[in-house]
Design a protein around this ligand. Sequence first.
Ligand SMILES: Cc1cc2nc3c(=O)[nH]c(=O)nc-3n(C[C@H](O)[C@H](O)[C@H](O)COP(=O)(O)O)c2cc1C
Ligand code: SF4
Length: 416
Amino acid sequence: MIKETRIALKNLGKINPESIDDYISQGGYLAFAEVLEMKPTSVIKEIEDSGLRGRGGAGFPTGIKDRYTTLSCEDCDRYIICNADEGEPGTFKDRIIMENDPHLLIEGMLISAYGIGASKGYIYIRAEYYLSVERVKKAIETACERGYLGKNIMGTYFSFYLEIKLGAGSYLCGEELTLMESLEGKRGYPRIKPPFPAEKGLFGKPTLINNVETLSHIPTIIVKGSKWYTGLGTEKSKGTKIFTISGNVNKPGYYEVELGVSLRSLIYDFAGGMKEGKTFKAALLGGAAGTFVDESMLDTAMAYDSLKEKGATLGSGAIIVLDNDQSVFEVLFSVLNFFKHESCGKCVPCRIGTTQLMLLMNKIKSEADKADILKEIFHQSELMAKSSLCPLGQSPILPVKSSIKYFEKELLTFSA
Ligand SMILES: Cc1cc2nc3c(=O)[nH]c(=O)nc-3n(C[C@H](O)[C@H](O)[C@H](O)COP(=O)(O)O)c2cc1C
Ligand code: SF4
């Protein structure tokens, strides 16, 4: 049986998260000390060579993003932001890292900040994550006291200051440019891309934004080397991923496994199989902005490219499992309702489109001729994908298209 390989969760259960000495006893801050002896460009190259890709959802290569952030100007201020908003339904991995190993996240940020030449960083945490906020706050304080944060760290010319900012519960504020608007104290409306954050981000300066899990891989990549890291995962999806499995399984929870593991193994080996001996019917991969799959996908490798080739998404690593007695229609209904609720209303296609989708979803429940309504739902979400201003309005097509692909018959026969 495949076992967990823990990188982002390596210290889970081994240390007292409130003790910096416990973290140091496990080799904590050694990677950062090593980095201070390296050229910033070599740090970025090591991250680039590791093949690490963003764990927040999009899977963009982390080292390339680091390098882009250094390109637009030579001597300007730069920022680093940790995206700890964790708003994607079914995702709860960043919380586990922050609650159990906050110094690992801080060390990852320190290394990336040194690499790109940033002296100021922010961790944007959703306010409902009380314990994460408390633990990260305490970790920042102790790291300051021990001289890992602040001016001229460890007798070098490198200075770095870190601050927590709280999110107020908007899903859209997890989107990188909307998050920056919110961090600047403005209303959480998205900005038009380009320019990308690497060029013009927080307060108009080049900004690196990474997810909590992404940053938590970096200390281990530095200590063990990019070559070691590339030995994990698949050809195009290196390393490990925390999968958060919920729904009708015996052992819902978080599991950190090498990328390339099958969905079958995640459900049956790690999550203990289906509850009450029921049969697997579907999984929603990647949260609301994700895709449905059926049992034909159980043996597909859970990796960025292998899933994309089959029209599915890895996203944030959320897996919501449904058994044969559960309704895909009802899950799709609640996902589309979520988008309607979270639409910021700035652009017409999404503001009207998300409402229209819910009207159609309600109509399909009672009307006899469901085929035309389903076609309209597809057409509406396709229009939204083409014309919405930001990725939120471009997302409903993913669950809509995939539910039709695998479960059209059920959608056409559903009755309330
Ligand atoms: C609507 C929306 C919500 C998002 N929410 C989050 C989030 O809660 N956490 C996160 O890390 N990324 C989220 N993202 C992705 C971010 O925009 C961005 O890609 C990510 O922070 C980049 O970090 P990474 O390269 O380390 O993955 C969201 C994207 C969209 C479109
Ligand atoms: S797509 Fe939706 S969330 Fe994005 S700007 Fe338009 S209305 Fe707002």
